[in-house]
Design a protein around this ligand. Sequence first.
Ligand SMILES: Nc1nc2c(ncn2[C@@H]2O[C@H](COP(=O)(O)OP(=O)(O)OP(=O)(O)O)[C@@H](O)[C@H]2O)c(=O)[nH]1
Ligand SMILES: [Mg+2]
Length: 694
Amino acid sequence: MKEYTTEFLRNVALVSHGGAGKTMLTEAFLHVTGATTRLGKIEDGTTVSDYDDEEIRRKISIYTSVVPVEYRDHKINVLDAPGYSDFVGEAISALSIADGAIILVDSVAGMEVGTEIAWRHVDEFKLPRFVVINKLDRENANFEKAYESVEAFAHASDERLVKAQLPIGEKHNFKGVVDLVSMKAYMADGKTIADIPADMKEAAEKAHFALVEAAAEGDDALLEKYLETGSLSDEELTRGLKDVIHSGAYIPVFCAAGGRLIGALALLNDIVDLLLPPSERVAQGKDGEEKLSTSDTGPFAAYVWKTTADPFVGKMTYFRLFSGSIQGEARLWNQNKGMEERMSGLHIQRGKEQIIVKTIHAGDIAAVSKLTVTATGDTFCDKTHPLTISAPKYPAALYRVAVTPKSQADAAKISPTLTRLCDEDNILSWQNDSITHETILQGMGDQHIDVALHRAQAKFQVGFVTHEPKVPYREGITRKASGQYRHKKQSGGSGQFGEVHLRIEPYHEGDFEFADELVGMNLSKSYLPPIEKGIKATMEHGAFAGYPMSNVKVIVYDGKEHEVDSKPMAFEIAGREAFKLAVNDAGPVLFEPIMSVRVVVPDAYMGDVMGDLNTRRGRVQGTEAERGSTVVVAHVPMAEMLRYTTQLRSMTGGRGYFTMELDHYDTVPVHITGPIIEAHKKELEAKKEEQGGL
Ligand SMILES: Nc1nc2c(ncn2[C@@H]2O[C@H](COP(=O)(O)OP(=O)(O)OP(=O)(O)O)[C@@H](O)[C@H]2O)c(=O)[nH]1
Ligand SMILES: [Mg+2]
């Protein structure tokens, strides 16, 4: 592959609602520019971009692929991101290293939930954008209707659209596109350029006029010339458009059917002509922020946006060079880790194909293999000129599942496998829950988790089973009570004897307090430690429902011992049993975690969401307005939020989202406590049976 310097590079991310045709459009780009001899198909799993086994199996994109497209002496790095909401982390990563975005809109569905979400993310990164109304060859395609749906959405946030192309025909009759800049028609795959069809001339003139007017807003000189002469030259029109697109004053709209190659070549021309080469970035330097101007002579700064670990291919590190240039055999200083990495070879990735390159120039995206310490989010720089580029913000993973090994053989591999899976994913995380003793994996939704576990099986040969996670309840008491227990076993030989009298009371200064009020000679103090040990063990595993108990003070005030038969073990048991008896009389309760939940939904769904929160024992704390959306803040028990990710999605057609964090613990209502204790009893019995059966 040729070497491309900054000026000849374009980094564009394709984003949309799932299935709007991003991967096929990428495929079309490759095909019309001669990089492939055959046009791959999603249905056959033969596209360049969706090459991962899971992508082929599911027929959707799961990871962002960088696909370099060489055209007119330029290299366009197309970042083909997934559209499904579970994989939004990949779309965020793609946008974080792009200089422009192309938002695809399905010509039948028009604006969809995923389009809105993608649009908002593009806003966050303040990227100039194109809109492409795609799949115009579809049965019910309707360009004008789809355009209107996008326009209505854009208007709501004071953004303006302008048509840069018009479709020639529609549905099975979709034949090509009229380019309103050059006023030419790109027929079929775009290699034939023709005059605008006679019956479209008038509409094209009108649309051209609107485009010229938009471009004239670019700068004062253009506006003046336009007002004087009523027209602009092609060069002026392009220059003006570039300006208004980059300032965000206008969003140009294009037409395509990537699956049929239509519009692909015309769109590539516009990417080269109307989008800018890699732009400047801000990095953290030694003395605060530094602006990097994306040039080979600038200080070296490369940001790692993705890493993958594959047992067959090894570790792969993907980076975008923000400033400086780099060659294959360099040493890389990893600023975040404070360590040097040795590079052997530099390549760019085109789907699964690796293309070795010698030099990479500022602004480009490339990859190296077999680095050791580098992780996603790290910055490489010159050791003497430290720079770090901050990672984008990813949404929190709120969909939790408990995982267990499928077989005994998998048990030892659980932790390293989960760690590897999470290293490769910016959102996925795992931990051991100290209360429920479960291994918890959390992601964006069931598909996200499912893909990760399939990957564990396929790549690391480790099988997992998932369960609904337990709620980390806690046991507690509400009043004082006392208990006595005598443990006595005399069956020949030496026996066991221990008797403990104790009192318990709620305790708020800490989790546990142990004291004695022993007087006289009934019980030696040396038996207090085993008594405490027995009680602590019970508190850890629960006295009545199987959950840890806390906030209890225990006072041992009397007991009995036997000269020969008393042993520490006997007091451990007596202490435990006396404690359980006392708990039974002390108004035992369960405490549950209460989450502080923030739900953001379009106003229209507020009523439904509030009603639903009520059925979840939620207490609404307040509501706020936020850009056409309502934010509901509520306290809701964690037990009621286990599957809220999916339920909120279906309640709001995917438009709602939420965040939550632990707020406090509160008493579980009595009618709910019963079933929890029952469930615990059953579990104990099942365990006993299992052990008995061995
Ligand atoms: N009729 C028609 N179908 C298309 C076109 N482009 C893609 N498709 C089909 O639409 C479906 C989705 O296409 P993809 O290219 O995978 O869409 P995507 O946006 O990459 O999807 P995700 O990455 O999963 O979000 C597939 O069945 C394609 O064959 C097109 O131009 N016309
Ligand atoms: Mg795709």
